[in-house]
Design a protein around this ligand. Sequence first.
Ligand code: ADP
Ligand code: ZN
Ligand code: ZN
Length: 716
Amino acid sequence: NTETGFEMKDILGIIDETPIITAPQLELWKWIADYYMCTLGEVMKAALPAYLKMESSTKELINNYKSKYQSYVFLHPDIDSEKKLNALLDSLTKARKQGQLLTKYIELASPLDFVSPLEIPKNELLDKSGVSESVYSSCEEKGIFISVKKKTDRLKNTAVALKGLPELSPAQQKAFEELKAASKPVLLHGITSSGKTEIYIRLIEEALKEGKQVLYLLPEIALTTQIIERLRTVFGSKMGVYHSNFSDAERTEAYNNLLKFNPQAASTCGEEQLEASRGEGILGVRSSLLLPFKNLGLIIVDEEHETTYKQYDPAPRYNARDAAVILGKIHGAKVVMGSATPSLESYYNALQGKYDLVKLSERYGKAVLPEIRTIDMKRAYWKKKVVSNFSETLLNAIKSALERKEQIILFQNRRGFSPFVQCADCGHVAKCKYCDVSLTYHKYTGALTCHYCGYSIAMPSKCPSCSSPNIKTKGFGTEKIEDELSLLVPEAKIERLDLDSTKSKYAYHKILSGFEAHAVDILVGTQMITKGLDFGNVSLVGIMDADNLLTFPDFRAYERSFQLMSQVAGRAGRKDKPGEVIIQTTTPENPVIRQVIKYDYDAFFATQLNERRMFNYPPFCRLTVLSIKHSRQDILNEAGNVLKPILLKIFGKDLAGPEPPPVGRIQNKYILNFRIKLKKNASIDHYKDLINAAFTQLKSEKKYAGIITVADVDPM
Ligand code: ADP
Ligand code: ZN
Ligand code: ZN
């Protein structure tokens, strides 16, 4: 083709009979590519499950996506009466495991219908009864059970009894009405346990009734587990789930379900709710924003302040919360952003009238906000009132909560055993070979691991520098807390919830349902445990080390600290039992800690906003960070000097840098950052081409061709 300069190719075959991308979806993709300075292809790559991706999709691959078969188990029809069943149970007293399996079946299938006994997925039955496949096989041989293989929707769940909706409290009802009446995107500022989720459920119900689709965004997979169970009891399987722990087949299925959504036929309720999802709704993390919705009526962004809504690597470096507002505009859908601790940006937007603001400032029911205390760790050390990493006060509170049979959450924002190890004789600290960070000691794996690149070595027995055997672990992470606790309160059952303990697919579910069922007394975790979880029996929350949060080198450190501490505090006293929160810190007089203790969001907001104004940070400017990376520091520094005048010409005094970030080398690449602070109403869109041209100009010089360039718009 002479016009485009591209050579035309013949079409060999058609992979998809119908489009796999919807018009509103494409519109959002384009906006993301534009605003966050990446290519449309990068957005597409993030959006499509591998099965649907062009680069890997030959026809075979698509056809390889086969339906999954699952075994379902039901009671043998010969056992057709209560009497026979009891006789059978009696006969199994010796075969304990078989009895266990049968009892579990009866429990799950209850009330038992002897004519058509409930079919239960075999893996679920085995899982819940805790017996092995071979136990099941012997039962089948004895004629107790029959199993059938059936084609299943991967996402279909077993039937649940649909419950009616609970009545809203007057405060909830008022907020609900205000949310319905809102004409702009709306921020729901509701304190922890004020019943926001219950209100979301009402809004979802209304949208579904109108035949519209619903998107419910959550910041973390850990949360989807609990909330999906709450939603399932109301909406059956109308709400599908979508997250990164899913296999590609499951994601493809969720994707295809949305494509099958038929806006005209959607508004049916009742019996059909139990059918597999037909694309009415999705509950999911960040990337579910990019799915093929056709007619969204409602988007919920729960815990809107969470930084996990922002993707950093790879592109698209988008913030799903902000992009949700755009998606809402595209569909004409209501957008509700909820939080007990709104981000400064969103709250500012609300005060400026860009968003509507709805407040909910009391806890649901009899629950009251827990009392928060600080323990001055400097004084405690000095008075020798610290055991391991526990102040005497916290330890005593833990013991008495255990005595009262109440549960405890302990928060430490570091995983692993200790963040660094040091030789007591020469001071040598073990560092990552590829990054400028110390290696974290993990006791369970016996390894020193880099949290930036995954590099890992065995814990050395001698110092590599002076051969001294005197290597000490310094600081503490979740593993160490867990370890110390098992010595301090040996009677307690302890679980850990962090990135390391949740690597396997159902780990979240296992840990959280164990805690829910009170099979676990104390849950130790990183920020994963701070948000959204709802456990009625937690009466004590301990924040192990507030200093570690407050001293993080970032302009959002205070905001993050306020949010994390308030959120984790909010896990206590959610039902009728009052809760207690203890914060361990060496700086109890820190203003942020004072604001947390007093639940004073307004004071927090006012002081932080003031700082942002003084130092010209978001929401007073639009921040964009340009990074250049290279394996050789000298080449990188030179490149920084080459790029600087080019960028200065474009941005003038809005530009700062080049400057290395706090971790100046990651995965063997040195990093330099430029910061651009544009006026609030200016948009980076206008500068996109200029920035790209500057990057291209730099890389056109052979010496700098290997430089990696990154633009991060609205970094978190
Ligand atoms: P939030 O999302 O604001 O933290 P939740 O929606 O989780 O709060 O509500 C806190 C607790 O109160 C939950 O256990 C929830 O089931 C219960 N709850 C909230 N509203 C109601 C209601 N209207 N009726 C009965 N229980 C409610
Ligand atoms: Zn040494
Ligand atoms: Zn590393």
